[in-house]
Design a protein around this ligand. Structure first.
Ligand code: GSH
Length: 201
C-alpha cells in the first residue's frame, strides 16, 4: 500500500494529483507543518530534509517531489511519454521546476507574506523578477502551440501546476503577463484528477 505524507501545499499536492491521475489507491498522512510536525523524530527518520511530500511505497521511502513523480510514472507506465525524446523532455521539465519555479515562487511568496514592517523590497523584487523571467521561458516553450510542456500531459506539467495555479488564482502580474501560461494552467486545472488531488489532505 502506498502511504503519502503530505500537507495542503503546492509541493504536497503534486503527488496527490499524480496518484489520482494514475488511479492508484493510497493512504494519506497529513503532516501538520503549520505546527512544526516535520521536525519531529518520526518524520526526520523518513526525510532528513524535513519537508513534505514523502512517499512510502511498501517500505521504499522517497522524498523530493520530482523523484517521487518519476518513481510513480515509471512504476505505472503513465505520465511519461513512451518515446525516448518525449520521456527525457518530461524529466527535464520536472528538474526545471525544482530548480526554478519551485524555490523562486516559494521565496517570493514568503517575502510578500512578511508583516509590512519586516518586508524587504529588494528580496521581493529579486524573486518576483525571477518568477516573471521563468514564466517568460514557459511562455516561449508553449508558443509553438503544444498543449503540454513535453507534448503530452506528464510529470513536467504536474510539477509546475501547483505553484502557477495559485499565482493565477491570485492574479499575480508576474504570471498574468503570459496568457499562454495562464491558459495552460487552466487546461491542467480542468482535469478531474487534478481537482481531486487538490483536495488532499
Ligand atoms: N524540493 C522539495 C520542496 C518541498 C517543500 O518545500 N515542502 C514544504 C511545503 S511546500 C515543506 O515541507 N516545508 C517545511 C519545512 O521547510 O520545514 C520538493 O520538491 O519536494
Amino acid at each position: 500500500m502506498i502511504k503519502l505524507y503530505t500537507a495542503d501545499t503546492p509541493n504536497g499536492r503534486k503527488v496527490s494529483i499524480a496518484l489520482e491521475e494514475l488511479g492508484v489507491p493510497y493512504e494519506v498522512v497529513h503532516v501538520r507543518i503549520d505546527q512544526g510536525e516535520q521536525m519531529s523524530d518520526w518524520f526526520l527518520a523518513l526525510n532528513p530534509n524535513h519537508k513534505v511530500p514523502v512517499l512510502d511505497d511498501d517500505g521504499l521511502v522517497i522524498w523530493e517531489s520530482g523523484a517521487i513523480l518519476l518513481h510513480l510514472a515509471e512504476k505505472y507506465g503513465k505520465l511519461l511519454p513512451a518515446d525516448p525524446k518525449g520521456r527525457i523532455e518530461a524529466i527535464q521539465y520536472a528538474f526545471f521546476q525544482t530548480g526554478g519555479i519551485g524555490p523562486n515562487m516559494g521565496r517570493f511568496g514568503a517575502a510578500i507574506r512578511k508583516p509590512e514592517d519586516e518586508r524587504n523590497p529588494e528580496m521581493i523584487q529579486i524573486f518576483g523578477d525571477e518568477v516573471q523571467r521563468l514564466c517568460g521561458v514557459l511562455d516561449r516553450i508553449l508558443s509553438d502551440g503544444r498543449p503540454f510542456l513535453a507534448g503530452e500531459y506528464s510529470i513536467g506539467d504536474i510539477m509546475h501546476y501547483g505553484w502557477l495555479s495559485i499565482a493565477v488564482k491570485l492574479g499575480a502580474p508576474q504570471v498574468m503577463a503570459f496568457p499562454r501560461v495562464v491558459e495552460w494552467t487552466k487546461r491542467i486545472g480542468e482535469r478531474p484528477a487534478v481537482q481531486r488531488g487538490e483536495q488532499i489532505p
